[in-house]
Design a protein around this ligand. Sequence first.
Ligand code: GLN
Length: 224
Amino acid sequence: MARVSGGSEAIVRIGVLALQGDVREHLAAFRRAGAEALPVRTAEELRSVDALALPGGESTTMSRLIRVFGLEAPLRRRLAAGMPTFSTCAGTILLSREILDGTPDQLALGVLDLRTRRNGYGRQLESFELDLELPIAEAGSFRAVFIRAPVIEGCGPTVEVLATHQGRPVAVRQGAHLSFTFHPEMTGDLRLHRLFLATAAGERVGGRSLPPAETLLPTEDSAA
Ligand code: GLN
């Protein structure tokens, strides 16, 4: 089992929500960054991980599949218990408190205090790339690929904006949650995945250390 380098002895198992979207790219990126990474499709698999990545793809389809696979309640329980998340694009939409231009039945898991508009760049800008200044950890300039990306139109006071494009947040951190409207898994640049591993390992990134893993793993019985 991989240990995260950089001083922490914590063993980190990263789950990647594997219902739809660019799952393989995230699994590969976390493994290359030194973590144990496994796909999550069941409540049992979800229980076995320390942290969860929610990939890009299609948030409406993922919402439907989360329900079909019986994952909504287990996911809500783990999130309520403080499980760290790493989310990109559709994953960020799923975790938002409020979704604009979504479908009426799509899940807004509400972990991130964000108001997020799906496909907010419109048809003209379905896909684009740019170099972002990301002044966190070892990031510096970061090549960001946007694909039918959402626009974060509002964020609450506990959300730290890490980078903006056209005056809107495109990278945010809220406690142990790292979220992007672009696709860091597509460029082979592992710095953001590494930053999340450090976060999930309880290192003091952003001035916060995480509760021990046991408290992140509620049993079926104890959970509400
Ligand atoms: N437009 C997609 C959605 O609404 C997100 C696109 C992406 O994840 N690349 O879910």
